[in-house]
Design a protein around this ligand. Structure first.
Ligand SMILES: Cc1cc2nc3c(=O)[nH]c(=O)nc-3n(C[C@H](O)[C@H](O)[C@H](O)COP(=O)(O)OP(=O)(O)OC[C@H]3O[C@@H](n4cnc5c(N)ncnc54)[C@H](O)[C@@H]3O)c2cc1C
Length: 476
């Protein structure tokens, strides 16, 4: 073993970790960046970016196929699978190559393409080298959770990573999972012509969403694929060259079988802590392996910070980026500099299915449980002319606010351009008092989609079971 090499900063993970490594390098620090995979991490190589490139053609084709009620008939819409996949791979390969080139040209920047693990406080071992630094950043991400169900390894399966390498779509596909990754892949493969069966454990599809939004997704996706929720998968077996997923209904216990040419596992994400071994450095993580941090993104070990999927909170690229900004500020604050706390008031996310889902903040039930005096407002897309023009009945938005100060607590949308509908509310939640008044006082372009959100604020009513609090308020 060679002598320990010292740096000013060591970063594990080249996703959002690269943001911090680059900022530190620009500020003149000696930086070591370690990643065992391709540069750019999950988002670029196997996450947001390639999936959204392949989902756009799926969106386009599905929208056209569903346009008969408004008088558009396109019976022969066909997606050229090879072209779609090639575009995604080419963009990723190009971006990775560009990043590699700029790192090679960066003086005083060390990139090590291997798996590392902590061996002592602020000390790592990687590829036979020992590295130490006064500051370390864990930005080590997460990976697919692969269950140890009997038969699964023998039968073989796809993951969200390997599915992106397919040359042709399977004729029949069973997707295990009911979260956003499962639904996005379900939408994609249904659009390219696979017969898709989605098998989720939770009774609610996309369990993180507002229940009525999830129900609308199930209704709409259910026209294009078979959806089974409330099914516990137990194992897999091979039958006449086909793959069979074995499970049972979580309530009745009734055994169930789902047969297809391919199985795609999208049943959750797991921590990479078994790889980087934070305990060796005195870094605490929870039972599932997510690294524990305080509001300043400090771990339990002095000088060690953590961001992104590794902390197991909001596992989105925009959250990882926001955390990278905060952590870089805090790392460079110096001994008596003021630390910046992570602001998690308004964390948005989307599900890029058809229809699309977007949401920010609290669901109605969460807001009630958090002790807010809750009002909710809903509007169906068809309540606005643009929604009618699109025949988007059933698509809807829902807002959640606190009646005491009119603060927006949450917003949820399902339908065309849901992300564009919700994003202005994210800004409002950050602006000034975070109330919704600017939205109703401002003029809204007519007849645009955004009128739907304004309608929701015009339809306010007390949250579920909150009516008596409003009567009480009225009397005083
Ligand atoms: C299919 C899919 C679709 C997604 N779609 C979206 C989306 O539309 N929008 C969105 O916001 N988010 C999306 N996400 C989530 C998003 O990709 C992640 O939240 C984000 O990439 C996390 O970034 P990160 O920097 O924390 O980790 P990562 O980008 O995962 O980077 C961590 C890196 O560290 C490496 N590493 C881990 N341990 C070690 C070790 N011991 N030694 C060396 N290297 C190590 C890993 O191999 C990895 O390369 C998607 C994810 C998936 C899987």
């Amino acid at each position: 073993m060679r002598a320990t090499e010292s740096f000013d900063l060591i970063v594990i993970g080249s996703g959002a970790g690269l943001n911090v490594a680059a900022a530190a390098h620009a500020a003149g620090r000696r930086v070591a960046l370690i990643d065992d995979g391709p540069l750019g991490g999950t988002c670029l190589n196997r996450g947001c970016i390639p999936t959204k490139i392949i989902l756009y053609p799926a969106e386009l084709a599905t929208a056209v196929r569903e346009a008969a009620p408004i008088g558009v008939h396109a019976d022969a819409v066909r997606i050229d699978f090879a072209t779609v996949m090639r575009r995604a791979r080419e963009l990723v390969a190009g971006d990775v190559a560009e990043m590699q080139q700029s790192l090679q040209q960066a003086e005083g920047f060390t990139f090590i393409n291997a798996r590392c693990r902590f061996v002592a406080e602020r000390e790592l071992e990687v590829a036979g080298r020992r590295l130490s630094a006064p500051q370390l950043l864990i930005a080590a991400g997460a990976r697919e959770w692969i269950p140890d169900w009997p038969g699964l390894e023998e039968v073989g399966y796809l993951t969200s990573t390997s599915a992106l390498q397919l040359e042709a779509p399977p004729a029949e596909l069973v997707i295990v999972g009911g979260g956003y990754i499962a639904c996005e892949f379900g939408h994609f493969f249904a659009a390219v012509g696979s017969r898709v069966t989605l098998v989720g454990r939770n009774r609610q599809l996309v369990p993180a969403e507002e229940p009525e939004i999830a129900a609308e997704l199930e209704r709409r996706l259910g026209r294009r694929m078979a959806i089974h929720t409330g099914v516990e998968a137990l194992g897999a077996e091979q039958r006449a060259g086909r793959k069979v997923l074995l499970g049972r209904d979580v309530d009745s216990g009734q055994p169930l079988r789902f047969e297809a040419d391919a199985l795609l596992l999208a049943a959750g994400r797991r921590s990479n802590a078994d790889w980087f071994q934070p305990e060796a450095a005195g870094v605490r993580s929870d039972a599932a392996g997510w690294v524990e941090v305080d509001e300043y993104l400090r771990t339990s070990a002095a000088g060690v910070w953590a961001i992104g999927d590794a902390i197991g909170r909001n596992q989105f690229r925009h959250s990882a980026n926001a955390e990278a900004d905060v952590v870089w500020h805090n790392m460079s604050a110096g001994e008596d500099g003021e630390l910046e706390a992570l602001d998690e008031r308004a964390v948005p996310h989307a599900v890029f299915t058809h229809p699309e889902i977007a949401a920010v903040g609290l669901r109605e039930q969460e807001a009630i449980e958090a002790g807010h005096l809750v009002m909710v407002g809903e509007a169906d897309y068809s309540a606005a002319i643009k929604g009618y023009a699109m025949d988007a009945a059933g698509s809807r938005v829902k807002v959640v606010l606190d009646a005491r100060d009119r603060r927006i607590l949450g917003a949820h949308a399902i339908g065309p351009c849901a992300t564009a509908m919700v994003q202005p509310l994210v800004y409002l939640m950050h602006a000034g008092a975070g109330d919704f008044l600017p939205l109703v006082r401002a003029q809204t372009i007519h007849p645009a989609m955004e009128e739907i959100m304004v309608r929701a604020f015009g339809n306010l009513r007390p949250g579920r079971g909150q009516e008596q609090h409003f009567q009480h308020r009225h009397h005083h």
